[in-house]
Design a protein around this ligand. Structure first.
Ligand code: AGP
Length: 604
């Protein structure tokens, strides 16, 4: 996610803001910029690439002034470039923004009609134009009037020479924290940037604005109503603060999943509730294909297995899923009739990139599901459906997987509605998607229970994960999470395969994790659980809340809310992420950087 830092009342404010941006680097970014005010003038530097570029620029051309705002950009609208970097300056307004404006195209065409010219591809510049063209007696009122017309997620900080000692900030769905100081005004997207100045903060809430001056903060609602906000004292260390108080990035990212789902769904479900809102160019690629070849690696491959089930169920379209490291060497029988669907968090995985090139060579059109904007796989695809998970720092993929699965649901519903999926079924699915963020929140509250279960797993030398149907990719993903961060051997298996070999492994020392949530194959899974119990195997079962049948058979039960079986991969994976995390934490392994692993496998 983007990082914002603002400071007023501090000599040489640009250097201080730069230091603050460095403390937000962990958030991931692809460009950065700083703006100051001095003697009635705006001074601005912005640059694609890492902060070092900005450091060099500031050394050559310092920015004067005791008020500054800075930004690190994680590109969502508009590729990484100098022009798209923030701050954006329009007339007497300079602004930084974190978030996604949903109605920016409508606002942009309105401004164009007024003769406004744009220098960037960003949704952010639209906000700057709106404020610049809004007459009002004060800066905060110009910002307020503008935000009443903006839909979407934003955290913004605004400067203007019209009020040289003032930073106006506003928040809706993207974080902003205000630092309490007698002499300064300080604001940032996250706490680490504030710690050098203060440990006392106020958190801006949804739909609030604040006027920040040296030693003064005035918070109001979007409608102008005053807000009284209690201050909080932060006792985190700077390292803990980078992780938002979480012990590891992976833990932080597991808990960011409700937000990642909201961000990935944002603007992509129809207001009528009976379809998705995706570009026709994207949905038509799926709807018009004769067959689909999904290809990916690791966790993204597991998301692809879910995607196949969803596309076949909802769009009645034949899908295959193949590991990219296999597909790239197989010279597969693919042509214009086959849609290749590449899935990748990083967008840089060498095997997936090579498989995509093989597909292009065979004239197969490529659609990719990618998290990193403008990455190699995104650039090499005909169309891209971006997940908005935000930067994923932990090597073990969590929120990226969940949002990849969400992206597949969107494609399957969209293509399905063009291939006979009923309105009624589509409404059920759209309603179910909207409920998922809260459902995930509910599951995350089970963490204390999962910590206890993890204690029973941590001494194991091997574990088996079993699932059927939508639970089978979950078994694979749960096993991968455990093995890659705890170093316990774990194998995911189709539960129906038990008799064909794995049942020989069953003994009390081999825990068996079973995805046994409600669904058309539930009774079959019960049979597998009984097979395990009959051989004194230990069973950890993920079940639907209120399930009484499995309780007698399982040693441990993790209950998840009832959902449409198609959403099993979402509700059953989250507890297994936490299970793997706590087993690894109790074993003391390097969870964010497990041995021998890299976040992006850019080599074969
Ligand atoms: C999963 O936890 C691993 N980090 C790994 O399997 C990963 O999913 C795989 O390397 C694919 O990466 P990508 O999604 O960036 O292409």
């Amino acid at each position: 996610m983007c990082g914002i830092v603002g400071l007023v009342g501090q000599a040489n404010a640009a250097e201080h803001v730069l230091e603050g941006l460095k403390r937000l680097e962990y958030r991931g970014y692809d460009s950065a910029g700083i703006a100051t005010l001095d003697h009635g003038r705006i001074h601005l530097h912005r640059k694609r690439g890492k902060l070092q570029g900005l450091v060099d620029l500031l050394r050559e051309q310092p920015l004067p002034g005791s008020i500054a705002i800075g930004h690190t950009r994680w590109a969502t609208h508009g590729r990484p470039s100098d022009e798209n970097a923030h701050p954006h300056r329009v007339d007497d307004i300079v602004l930084v923004h974190n978030g996604i404006i949903e109605n920016y195209l409508e606002l942009r065409s309105e401004l164009t009609a007024l003769g406004r010219k744009f220098e960037s591809e960003t949704d952010t510049e639209i906000i700057a134009h709106l404020i610049a063209t809004t007459p009002a007696k004060s800066l905060v009122e110009r910002v307020r009037a503008t935000l009443l017309r903006v839909q979407g997620a934003y955290a913004i900080a605004v400067l203007s020479p019209s009020e040289p000692d003032t930073i106006v900030v506003a928040k809706n769905a993207s974080p902003l924290v205000l630092g309490i100081s007698e002499t300064l005004g300080i604001v940032a997207s996250d706490i680490p940037a504030l710690l050098p100045y203060t440990r006392t903060v106020k958190i801006l809430e949804e739909g609030e604005l604040a006027v920040i001056r040296p030693g003064s903060i005035v918070i109001t609602k979007l409608d102008g109503a005053p807000v009284e906000r209690a201050a909080r004292v932060i006792d985190w260390s700077p390292v803990m603060a980078e992780k938002g108080g979480h012990k590891h990035f992976m833990h932080k990212e597991v808990f960011e999943q409700p937000r990642s789902v909201v961000d990935t769904l944002r603007g992509r479900l129809s207001a009528r509730g009976d379809d998705v809102e995706l570009p026709d160019t994207v949905v038509d690629m799926v709807a018009r294909a004769s067959r689909v070849m999904i290809t990916a690696c690791g966790t993204s491959y597991h998301a692809g297995l879910v995607g196949r089930l969803a596309i076949e169920e909802l769009a009645r379209l034949s899908c295959e899923v193949e590991l990219a490291s296999e597909l790239r060497y197989r010279h597969p029988l693919m042509g214009p009739e086959t849609l290749t669907l590449a899935v990748s968090q990083s967008g840089e995985t060498a095997d997936t990139l090579a498989a995509l090139k093989e597909a292009r060579h065979s004239q197969s059109p490529v659609l990719s599901i990618v998290n990193v904007l403008d990455s190699s796989i995104a650039r090499d695809s005909n169309q891209v459906l971006y997940t908005h998970a935000g930067p994923e720092i932990g090597v073990a993929s969590t929120k990226a997987f969940i949002t990849q699965v969400i992206a597949f649901y969107l494609l399957a519903i969209g293509a399905g509605r063009r291939r006979g999926l009923s309105e009624a079924r589509a409404r059920e699915l759209v309603r179910g998607l909207r409920e998922l963020p809260l459902t995930i929140e509910e599951i995350l509250h089970q963490e204390p229970r999962i910590i206890e279960i993890a204690a029973s797993l941590k001494a194991a030398r091997s574990a088996l994960y079993l699932g059927r149907g939508y639970g089978y990719p979950v078994a694979l993903e749960g096993a991968l999470k455990l093995k890659e961060i705890s170093y316990i051997h774990a194998e995911g298996y189709a539960a129906g395969e038990m008799k064909h070999g794995p049942i020989a492994l069953i003994e009390p020392s081999v825990p068996v994790v079973v995805i046994a949530t409600q669904g058309p194959l539930y009774d079959k899974v019960i049979g597998n659980v009984q097979e395990v119990r009959a051989r004194e195997g230990k069973v950890i079962a993920v079940v639907t809340q209120g399930d009484r049948r499995i309780r007698e058979m399982a040693d441990h039960v993790i209950e998840v809310p009832a959902v449409d079986p198609i959403f099993t991969p979402i509700v059953a994976t989250v507890p297994l992420q936490l299970l793997a995390y706590h087993v690894a934490d109790q074993r003391g392994t390097d969870i964010d950087q497990p041995r021998n692993l890299a976040k992006s496998v850019t080599v074969e």
